[in-house]
Design a binder for this molecule. Structure first.
Ligand SMILES: [Zn+2]
Length: 104
């Protein structure tokens, strides 16, 4: 392929710029994948104010931090509403049992 002379310099500069970018090392290590506790569970995984597990069907996946790692639980529409108002849903302990077990 013949490249017009007036474009050759532009193309070379472009390639050198891209090569330079490719050689930069990533500065941040990627965060670990969140534990997807909602998988295989169709019920809301939040606890009610009385401490029992919510009986509603889960509607959305909700991400939160637990013991220094990020987890994803399924919550119902009502608990989603509360989350929108700034009230973080409390995860029911039975849901977290699987986290403790999977950690050994
Ligand atoms: Zn709920």
């Amino acid at each position: 392929m013949r490249v017009p002379v007036h474009l050759a310099d532009d193309i070379r500069a472009f390639i050198e710029r891209r090569m330079g970018e490719a050689h930069k090392a990533p500065e941040t290590t990627p965060a670990p994948e969140p534990l997807e506790l909602w998988q295989g569970d169709k019920r809301c995984q939040a606890a009610t104010s009385k401490g029992s597990r919510c009986r509603s069907p889960s509607a959305v996946v909700y991400k939160l931090q637990h013991a220094g790692r990020s987890i994803e639980i399924g919550i119902c529409a009502q608990h989603q509403n509360q989350a929108r108002q700034g009230i973080d849903p409390r995860v029911h302990p039975s849901v977290l049992d699987s986290v403790t077990k999977s950690n050994g």
